[in-house]
Design a protein around this ligand. Structure first.
Ligand SMILES: Nc1ncnc2c1ncn2[C@@H]1O[C@H](COP(=O)(O)OP(=O)(O)OP(=O)(O)O)[C@@H](O)[C@H]1O
Ligand SMILES: [Mg+2]
Length: 406
């Protein structure tokens, strides 16, 4: 008997790759991955849409296989948003909740959140999430969950995650072109973090670094909550392009060198010989190392600046976790550790049911995280989920009382 009560779909729109994961959820809430796929994307620049048609075509094409594999027709998904436009802003708000005996209810939380957010984020920004990281009641600080508590004055401190409105609108429009409604937009590094971090890491303090093709995104967690998101407009494709320019070779050959021969240990060694299209190419290992090292040093220097800007340099006991396609370079953690002067490990999603073991790879972290967000953001039965209108988005206000901790 098919126990599936609903499906959760995560869709990562990366600069170089689009990926989707579908999981079925049974009555007991157990997830099982039933479909996935990836395809090359086009029409994106540094995590942001440059045209609508490129990503729409890539997604439409890629989802065909996911639907065949899962037997589920995809109408909506939780989708990634990326780019240096992403911002986290710290805010605070205060409201009077009534008499001293008043029990704080959801309406009060809504109001205090509204006060904290209104006017703090520029009008051209879409609020993706509001993460309360502390309440105080009548001046008493350190309250994590004020629901049901009594008091007359409620204050909240929160982190607001936002992205430029036109970019969000265009992303949704492009997805509509692929006949997919956007349930929610989540920063790709935040989604990736959800797939690879455990509660202890988030509680103690940790950074996730998503080394993608054209962006390197950083998310910082402490006390269980997201504290900061920053996106650097450079990624692994810059290494390929540098190699192609400096070694005077094609980007195909450069990509092959990067993936097969470069390691983050940057040890000396024999010349690199590559056979491609019946041609043999020889490169000096020393030169290859020099080129890759220079670009990676620049990227990790910027990561370090992000950590400093966020106030977390040398303050993260759980160190950093690397994810994204670029993190697959062998021994990259060794290099990152030296550059960042903190412990670094490679992140990889684990423990997925169904056909999930095939996608337990760093480049699938964001997609799996998006699917996990979809799993807990949606409790609709299959029928209504499938009827869901195209383009309908469950925005921040709708989700307000279903607060998900990033
Ligand atoms: N084995 C490998 N070694 C080194 N780099 C790799 C390896 N495999 C893939 N990459 C690189 O990973 C990058 C793609 O990563 P990913 O799919 O995470 O990017 P994306 O999500 O499309 O981009 P972005 O997140 O920047 O928008 C490419 O630049 C590719 O060359
Ligand atoms: Mg990515």
């Amino acid at each position: 008997m098919d126990e599936t009560v609903r499906y959760a779909v995560g869709l990562d729109v990366g600069t170089e790759n689009v990926r989707a994961v579908v999981a079925s959820i049974d009555r007991a809430g157990k997830l099982s991955v039933v479909g996935y796929n990836e395809a090359k994307n086009s029409g994106m620049r540094k995590g942001i849409l440059a045209n609508l048609a490129g990503p729409a075509d890539a997604i439409d094409h890629m989802l065909g296989e996911v639907e065949r594999m899962s037997g589920y027709e995809i109408h909506s998904a939780v989708v990634s948003v990326n780019g240096s436009q992403l911002l986290t802003t710290k805010t605070e708000g205060m409201i009077a909740v009534g008499t001293i005996e008043h029990e704080i209810n959801e309406e009060d939380l809504y109001r205090v959140e509204d006060v904290a957010v209104t006017g703090r984020v520029p009008a051209n920004r879409e609020i993706l999430d509001v993460i309360p990281f502390g309440y105080s009641i009548d001046g008493q600080e350190g309250v994590r969950d004020p629901l049901g508590m009594t008091g007359a004055r409620l204050e909240m401190r929160a982190n607001v995650v936002s992205a430029l409105q036109p970019n969000c609108d265009n992303l949704r429009k492009s997805l509509e072109g692929a006949k997919v409604a956007t349930e929610r937009l989540v920063p790709s590094v935040v989604a990736g973090s959800r797939a690879v971090l455990n509660e202890r890491q988030k509680e103690n303090g940790v950074a996730v670094i998503d080394l993608g093709a054209a962006t390197t995104s950083v998310a910082i967690y402490e006390e269980g909550d997201l504290q900061y998101v920053g996106v650097i407009p450079a990624g692994s494709i810059n290494i390929t392009n540098d190699l192609a320019i400096c070694l005077e070779t094609s980007t195909d050959v450069a990509e092959e060198i990067k993936k097969r021969y470069v390691t983050g240990a940057f040890e000396d060694g024999k010349d690199i010989v590559i056979k491609m299209n019946r041609e043999e190419h020889t490169f000096s290992r020393e030169q290859v190392n020099e080129v890759v090292k220079a670009r990676l040093a620049e990227i990790f220097d910027k990561v370090k600046k992000e950590l400093r800007k966020a106030g977390y340099e040398k303050r993260l006991p759980e160190g950093a976790v690397l994810i994204g396609g670029g993190s697959k370079m062998r021994d990259l953690d060794i290099f990152a550790k030296q550059e960042l002067e903190m412990s670094v490990r490679l992140g990889c999603p684990k423990g997925l049911g169904g056909v999930g073991s095939s996608i337990e790879k760093p480049e699938y972290s964001a997609t799996i995280g998006l699917m996990l967000f979809a799993a807990d953001s949606d409790s609709r039965p299959i029928k209504s989920a499938q009827k869901k209108a195209k383009g309908e988005s469950s925005g921040f206000l709708k989700n307000l009382f279903k607060k998900f901790k990033f």
